[in-house]
Design a protein around this ligand. Structure first.
Ligand code: B12
Ligand code: SF4
Ligand code: SF4
Length: 307
């Protein structure tokens, strides 16, 4: 199929699947990627005759729960609740299938598979024209803020590649840097992973100061995103999209599942049954540790309020 037609067909298929943003870029090496020897750096390490990368973004701005404001409920993130924690995969399967029927090879970026995390999704999205990298290191889209969960396909199909990258619109702002309670953004555009709460909540060793700032967070942190002016309108009123509607129906009755005393009683199998489908990959013992820290805080706050 001719390049323009193929690209247009992918765009309209993506649209019909509820994908909010789609872009194409060449499958060349990401020379600015900070990890020198990772497979993500060069798409040709995954598919030697790769020509294009398809990047898809699904808006997750509406995946929030009112219970997050209550100390007795565990707070997570939009990415966590969306089911796209380990990348947007399922919605891309029909796109990959379509390309295969046209005779092309495809590899979906799938963080849940060993050696499946094959793209630096933020860098690829920037090159594909979806937005720019903010000082919090996340992709910002003018339309969707930071609330695009990303996914990608590497293919040998020749597609219409984006030629104009978005310019950086952070300018003199440093709101995300000053909002971060763990100084993980001291250097603009670069996340100090070892200091980031999202990382620490998934890891065995945690510093004492984390317990003070984590509040009721049991998985992930969105403080830098909450402070970003490009998210302001989404925090007030999320965009109505096909997937927003789907997410809101999906999480409507999840409130009680996040009640901390209920979470603290979950067995390992119960944890898998309840949260396994979210694909967060966070081991049970760490999830439970986070729950117990959050519960101690809720108890302290309740005691103080009753004094
Ligand atoms: C590993 C990972 C994590 C790890 C480590 C992150 C890290 N920085 O390495 C942890 C667990 C901490 C994490 C946290 C989060 N993640 Co994450 N993560 C990933 C993953 C799998 C790989 C990222 C990666 O390549 N890391 C390696 C390092 C080298 O890359 P990097 O931080 O992107 O580094 C860049 C910058 O530092 C910058 N840089 C470095 N030096 C310099 C110097 C200058 C001058 C400049 C300008 C830039 C610059 O360029 C680097 C090259 O890529 C991607 C999925 C994917 N396949 O891409 C999701 C992904 C990036 N994560 C995502 C999200 C949403 C998050 C969280 C917000 C989740 C949450 N709510 O808690 C937090 C983000 C916190 C933050 N402020 O960034 C989304 C981003 C979507 C978006 N709109 O940008 C992705 C794409 C996943 C998805 N399903 O959509 N993540
Ligand atoms: S996710 Fe939280 S801890 Fe990590 S950089 Fe953002 S504000 Fe800091
Ligand atoms: S808070 Fe300000 S500096 Fe940080 S990413 Fe958003 S616009 Fe850029």
């Amino acid at each position: 199929m001719e390049k323009h037609l193929l690209s247009e067909n992918i765009r309209s298929l993506a649209d019909s699947l509820g994908i909010d943003a789609v872009g194409f870029t060449e499958a060349s090496e990401f020379t600015s990627y900070a990890l020198n020897y990772h497979q993500r750096r060069d798409p040709k390490l995954t598919l030697p005759n790769a020509k294009s990368i398809i990047i898809a973004g699904i808006y997750i701005g509406g995946v929030t729960m009112p219970e997050w404001k209550n100390a007795w409920y565990g707070r997570t993130s939009r990415l966590y609740l969306s089911g796209f924690f380990l990348d947007v995969v399922k919605p891309l399967v029909p796109v990959a299938e379509f390309l295969r029927q046209e005779g092309y090879q495809t590899k979906i970026c799938d963080g849940s598979l060993e050696e499946g995390s094959i793209l630096p999704l933020k860098l690829a999205a920037i090159r594909a024209g979806l937005g720019w990298q903010g000082k919090h290191s996340l992709l910002i889209s003018k339309k969707f803020g930071t609330f695009l969960a990303l996914g990608g396909i590497i293919t040998d199909a020749d597609l219409e590649h984006n030629t104009i990258e978005e310019s950086d619109r952070c300018r003199n702002c440093d709101k995300c840097q000053t909002a971060c309670p763990l100084a993980a953004l001291d250097q603009p555009y670069v996340l100090n992973v070892k200091k980031c709460m999202s990382y620490l909540l998934q890891n065995d060793k945690i510093p004492e100061n984390l317990k003070i700032v984590m509040e009721n967070r049991i998985g992930d942190c969105e403080i830098c995103q909450d402070s970003c002016p490009w998210n302001r309108k989404h925090l007030k009123s999320p965009l109505a999209t096909k997937m927003t509607d789907h997410f809101q129906k999906k999480i409507k009755d999840w409130g009680d599942s996040f009640y901390l005393p209920n979470l603290s009683r979950l067995s390992e199998n119960g944890y898998k049954d309840m949260f396994g489908h979210l694909n967060t990959d966070i081991p049970y013992h760490l999830f439970r540790r986070n729950v117990l820290i959050a519960m101690e805080r809720a108890e302290r706050l309740t005691e103080r309020a009753n004094q």
